[in-house]
Structure formats: structure tokens, C-alpha cells
Unconditional design. Structure first.
Length: 277
């Protein structure tokens, strides 16, 4: 209905421009009136419940020129910075980290820096696969070349191991290994995301943590999201299934503390095996 109305109004450009201006103004007021403090308190209460130190997190983020309060910064940076101190306080060495979905390697690099003694294994699809080249605008050769150059530079740390493979092969490739931390940021749709979560339950150490990106609790927000082909509520349903079986205990952090949460909220899940919280 909204798209049809746009088409009709564009027939008369002056009316379209006036109404667009009014809409933008009202939308801006909506964001300004949104209470960020409630979202921040929600996330910080969860940090406290998981023994993640806000002061320490801030110190790590500042060290890498990141702002704790940046509305555009995803909270997986906050979480993994916090995990560093949590594991140290429990006298647990972080030896292996698995990342599913390398993208441009920026977060991989961050992990390798804050966990310098850990092996960071990051996997992504083969560069020449259609699934890889046809996503995120990489079908254009110039964009692909630039993307691969950025990724190469970010992955140039001695404790990073980059593997081009499908996450469907996780269990076969790492059947004799286990991980302290796992970050799942691959395909967000089923069946892949459920398979990824299930396999990671077998790969995580008993006192380890599994995080999943872009968890959607409410299907309604998918209707208006321009990137809905990359999003679904399937990861939430899968995590809740394992929670209800009392196999996992999962917390859901807001992905960002931003006024745009008024349009719909995305979450990052943090899961531990039930008996080892």
C-alpha cells in the first residue's frame, strides 16, 4: 500500500516533495523522542548478569578507537571485549575462537588483537562461489577486488587462520577440536542458521560462549526491512528450542543502542551450556 501511494504521488512531483519533507520531519521527531537510556540499561543489566565489566569493556574499545556509546557500533564488540575479562577472572585460557562469516575481516582482526594468545579461525564461503559473489554487491568486479584487498589486510595477523569453506562442513572439519568462543554471523536463514547453531553446540567447550548475530524476535519488523532477504527469526526459534530443553541458557542483547530501535529491534544472543553458566 505504501509503495503504491508513492507511485501515485510521484505523478505530481511538487506534492510528492512536500509530503516527503513532512514525513521526514515527523520521522526525525519520532527518533528524537526515543529513550535511549532504557535500551542502555537493558544491555548493561545483562552485562552485569553475565559478569561482564562495563569499565573494562570501555577501556578495550577506546584502545581500538571504538566508542562504547556509538549508536552505529554493534554490541558484539562490547561482548567479546567483556568475555576477555570474564575468562581471565575465572582463570580460563582462551585458546581457540571460531568465527562463522568473515565478511571483510574487521571483527576477525579485533578478536585477534584482544585475544593475542588464541588461535582465531574464521570461515567463509569460497571467493569463487555464486553464493559469495552474488551477495553484498560483490558481483561487480571492482567492488569484489576492493573487498578482497580489505579482507586480506584485516586477516594479516599471525594468530588468524582463514578457511574458505561452507559451514555445513563444520563438524567434519573440526570434529577433533573445541572452542572457547564462537561467533555465528553466516547465513541467517534456515536451514543453514539452525544447522550452524546445532553444530556449534557440539564444538563449544563446556565453559564456552556462543553468540549469534542479527537475532530477530518479532517477524513484523521483517516486513519493512530493506535487507529482509538476509534476515529471519529462525535463529531465535532455534535458540528458544534448546533453551526450552534446558540445554542452553541464552540472553539477548540489543544489537545496537540506537534511536532506530523504535522501528524494530535486532538482537545478539549469548548462550552457555546450561550446566556451566
Amino acid at each position: 500500500m505504501k509503495e503504491r501511494l508513492k507511485e501515485i504521488l510521484k505523478i505530481h512531483p511538487p506534492s510528492y516533495r512536500i509530503l516527503k519533507s513532512i514525513y521526514s520531519h515527523l520521522k526525525g521527531r519520532k527518533y528524537l523522542n526515543y529513550n535511549l537510556e532504557n535500551d542502555l540499561k537493558y544491555n548493561e543489566d545483562l552485562l552485569s548478569s553475565l559478569e561482564l565489566d562495563v569499565k573494562f569493556i570501555k577501556s578495550i574499545l577506546i584502545k581500538y578507537d571504538l566508542n562504547y556509546d556509538d549508536q552505529k557500533l554493534s554490541w558484539h564488540y562490547h561482548l567479546f571485549a567483556g568475555f576477555k575479562r570474564r575468562f581471565e577472572n575465572r582463570n580460563i585460557n582462551v585458546d581457540k575462537i571460531l568465527e562463522i562469516g568473515t565478511f571483510n575481516g574487521e571483527f576477525t582482526n579485533f578478536l585477534s588483537e584482544i585475544f593475542p594468545d588464541a588461535e582465531v579461525i574464521s570461515i567463509d564461503l569460497d571467493d569463487e562461489s555464486h553464493a559469495f559473489t552474488l551477495s553484498y554487491g560483490r558481483e561487480e568486479e571492482k567492488k569484489l577486488i576492493k573487498f578482497l584487498e580489505i579482507r586480506k589486510n584485516n586477516l594479516d595477523n599471525k594468530n588468524i587462520k582463514f578457511i574458505q569453506m561452507s559451514s555445513l562442513e563444520l563438524e567434519n572439519n573440526f570434529k577433533n577440536e573445541s572452542f572457547d568462543l564462537i561467533w555465528i554471523d553466516g547465513d541467517h536463514l534456515n536451514p543453514q542458521v539452525t544447522i550452524d547453531i546445532f553444530q556449534c553446540l557440539k564444538l563449544i567447550k563446556k565453559n564456552g560462549m556462543i553468540c549469534v548475530d542479527d537475532v530477530i524476535k518479532d517477524d513484523e519488523i521483517l516486513k519493512e526491512n530493506v535487507n529482509k532477504e538476509y534476515l529471519s527469526s529462525e535463529s531465535f526459534k532455534t535458540l528458544e528450542y534448546f533453551n526450552n530443553l534446558e540445554y542452553l541458557k541464552t540472553s539477548y542483547f540489543l544489537k545496537r543502542v540506537t534511536r532506530r530501535n523504535i522501528d524494530g529491534k535486532k538482537f545478539i544472543s549469548v548462550s552457555s551450556l546450561k550446566d556451566f553458566i
